[in-house]
Write a protein that binds this ligand. Structure first.
Ligand code: IMP
Length: 422
């Protein structure tokens, strides 16, 4: 008997409400795995009158008995892991961390911050969690890994190896961060405080996942960020530094076949940080979406930029992310609008963007969105329990989106709570 591997991914620029959806599906899976990103993610989970925000560990940490795994391609923020382990412990969930997972050092955060500062108006608007600088070290084959947290001597040797830490200090100094730089011994000391907590949780997560699959268990890989933030398919430099498509799982776990690849999209679009956003509404519509949808970042608290649903970008994300079905969140936020727009084409250099075209930074920057207007429903839908109970206009909206992108919409979110998923 073999179990299945499924994937849940954001199809926009992150913040699609993946946490709530993983949580909603959570009971169907034996283990939830984080495979990319780090503490830049922010998953808000609401259970009853309690609100939890997770950044680093899988959303399953709030479910009793759930196995939560962090894979070898996720960059680990040790302080965040410590905080979230407390939640997991209270909830009775299990956490396992891959021995090879890279560690985010305090100096990576300084470099991230320093680069943003000197970039001024050109800044990316990163989450300042050290993601880019730690992935640089990962790909440069010099990162410190969770399995290195065995002795101070071993850590110091690693930091000294080929002038690793000296180079980092020089860079952080160059970027104006000299006041906060920890020395090499201080960094080793800082790392050692997590050793006792981390070591009992270390596993070879690739072997562990394969074993679970062989035992007939079902696994859900939970993506952080969203496909439009993917380093390869997104509009650099306004992307994150990890692979946000299922390729991120294939490249770190060696798993290539997935039972389902569930894409999560909001009923409209949001983005935090800088970068092109063709359907952004820097006007009353955007304000209303932000207000009604409480669109403020779960990680940084920044107000999110808001706009209409971009079906050109969604179709692209479904293609490059090999999405097999969609879940739409926050449909209830559109209940206030008498008319709803969706972007159904971009004009780029005077012509329509072809469905197979790559949405590079230049296309995204210069695209002129073309909208189709659909009827709103102007009724409260947050109490509904079945998709069939939605007003006709809301069902027509779902059908339109599904037909356009060629994927079924299997679930719809009508409010922040676990029970508000139809
Ligand atoms: P970084 O991942 O912190 O380097 O940030 C790079 C870009 O990705 C910035 O525009 C961030 O705002 C964005 N970003 C990173 N993680 C998330 C997320 O989980 N949700 C939304 N945006 C994110």
């Amino acid at each position: 008997m073999t179990g299945t591997a499924s994937v849940l991914l954001g199809t926009q620029w992150g913040d699609e409400g993946k946490g709530k959806i993983t949580d909603g599906y959570g009971g169907d899976y034996d283990a939830i795995v984080r495979f990319n990103g780090g503490a830049n993610a922010g998953h808000t989970l609401i259970v009853g009158d309690k609100r939890y925000v997770t950044h680093m560990l899988p959303s399953g940490i709030i479910r009793q008995g759930q196995i939560n795994i962090v894979g070898p391609g996720a960059v680990c923020d040790l302080e965040m892991i410590r905080d979230e382990l407390k939640i997991a412990e209270t909830m009775g969930a299990t956490v396992l961390l891959d021995r090879s997972a890279p560690i985010v050092l305090p100096i990576h955060k300084l470099i991230d911050r320093g680069r943003e500062k000197i970039s001024g108006a050109q800044a990316i608007g990163t989450t300042a969690r050290g993601i880019g600088p730690s992935y640089e070290d990962f790909w440069a084959r010099r990162c410190l890994r969770l399995g290195d947290l065995t002795s101070k001597k071993r850590i110091e040797e690693h930091l000294r190896d080929r002038e690793y830490y000296i180079e980092k200090m020089a860079l952080a100094t160059h970027l104006g961060q000299y006041d906060d730089i920890a020395s090499l011994p201080q960094t080793a000391e800082w790392l050692m405080q997590f050793s006792e907590m981390i070591r009992p949780l270390l596993v070879d997560s690739r072997a562990y996942v394969l074993k679970l699959l062989k035992q007939g268990k079902d696994i859900l890989f939970e993506g952080a960020q969203g496909i439009l933030l993917d380093t390869i398919f997104g509009a650099q430099p306004f992307t994150t530094s990890s692979v946000c498509t299922p390729a991120g799982i294939s490249s770190t776990f060696g798993i290539y076949n997935f039972a389902k690849v569930i894409g999560v999209t909001k009923a409209y679009t949001t983005r935090v940080g800088a970068g092109p956003f063709p359907t952004e509404q820097d006007n009353e519509v955007g304000e209303q979406l932000r207000r009604e949808g409480s669109e403020f970042g779960a990680t940084t608290g920044r107000p999110r930029r808001c706009g209409w649903l971009d079906l050109v970008a969604l179709k692209y994300a479904c293609r490059v992310g090999n999405i097999t079905e969609l879940t739409m969140t926050k449909l209830d936020i559109l209940s206030e609008f008498s008319e709803i727009k969706v972007c159904t084409d971009y004009l780029f250099e005077g012509t329509s963007v072809q469905p197979h075209e790559t949405l590079t930074g230049r296309v995204m920057r210069e695209a002129e969105p073309y909208y189709t207007t659909l009827a709103g429903w102007e009724k409260d839908i947050s109490h509904l329990q079945r998709i069939e109970g939605l007003p006709t206009e809301a069902r027509d909206f779902l059908t339109y989106v599904s037909d356009f992108v060629g994927r079924p919409i299997t679930h719809v979110g009508v409010g922040p709570e676990r029970r508000q998923l139809l």
